[in-house]
Design a protein around this ligand. Structure first.
Ligand code: SF4
Length: 291
């Protein structure tokens, strides 16, 4: 059995940068502790636990951050924004409450945020191709003055009502499926010829998605390692599954089943942008041993 690993598997530049920034400040005696990270820095329990040992505490993405911060009151040393970024409210809030804030927002997300702000200030009708409720998208939405409309699936095009006489701008979630985003651009261009489109897709994500499209065709089975809460990992698996029925989405090595690879000669493994190296190594080692 031939087992190969994606050239892009694991942390992307944005997550790697955020993780290293947090680790660096956690070890810096001048930075006030504990550091409360607003949401999952990396979608992995082991990473979260290892950071806890350095007084880095994660506030769950499922919680209302502002409510949580208020309940923590004076116990916060420093607040940290993850690579996904957040809206302007948190920056104003931290300033008002005099809480130190460390911002690890990925520069590619910052680009989308700045554009949302700019278009909103210029009175454009803004459309975001992305998942409503996703942290990165919510941040971009907030920078756009909470006026943007969302397109996430085919059915949303019908529901989308824009004034054809006014200016329209389109941005997208950095980790969206590029095929759907390009399709959205075509649909919107046809309906609203004046539309201005800015490509805010992340190149790293696009490379990963292009690779999975090719490899899912050429291999007998595909394993995607990542958390179900990670948008880019989920997207990789969705793309793979459309092409190859033997596509499996796992978070940990112990979820692998030997029966999945019966009659398989070639297995290809990839991992989402927030999957730590050691999890990937565990999976590769296990697959190699079962060979
Ligand atoms: S997937 Fe792209 S946009 Fe998102 S954090 Fe990584 S590098 Fe940045």
């Amino acid at each position: 059995m031939q087992i190969t690993l994606s050239q892009y598997a694991g942390f992307c530049e944005g997550v790697d940068r955020a993780y290293n920034m947090i680790k660096k400040i956690a070890l810096d005696p001048k930075v006030k502790k504990p550091i409360f990270v607003l949401g999952a820095l990396v979608h992995n329990e082991d990473v979260v636990k290892s950071l806890e040992k350095l007084s880095v505490v994660t506030i769950s993405d499922k919680k209302d951050f502002f409510k949580e911060i208020n309940t923590l009151k004076g116990r916060i040393g420093t607040l940290a924004i993850t690579a996904h970024g957040m809206g302007p409210k948190i920056y104003n809030f931290a300033k008002k409450k005099k809480i130190a804030l460390v911002d690890t927002t990925c520069p590619r997300v910052i680009k989308a945020q700045r554009l949302a702000k700019l278009f909103s200030e210029k009175n454009y009708q803004l459309v975001i191709v992305g998942e409503k409720g996703h942290k990165e998208v919510e941040g971009i939405f907030e920078w756009g003055n909470k006026k943007a409309k969302f397109v996430e699936k085919e059915a949303d095009f019908k529901k989308l009502k824009l004034d054809p006489k006014k200016k329209i701008a389109v941005l997208s979630q950095t980790t969206q499926n590029q095929e759907f985003v390009r399709h959205a651009w075509d649909v919107l261009r046809k309906k609203y010829p004046q539309v201005e489109i800015v490509d805010t897709l992340c190149l790293t994500t696009q490379n990963r998605q292009n690779e999975v499209r090719k490899k899912a065709l050429k291999n007998d089975a595909v394993v995607v390692i990542g958390s179900p809460t990670s948008a880019n990992s989920t997207r990789l698996w969705e793309i793979s599954q459309e092409i190859n029925q033997k596509s499996y989405f796992i978070e940990r090595r112990n979820q692998l089943r030997k029966s999945w690879f019966k009659d398989c000669q070639k297995i290809w493994v990839t991992a989402g942008a927030s999957t730590p190296t050691w999890i990937i190594e565990e999976v590769m080692e296990y697959l190699g041993r079962s060979n």
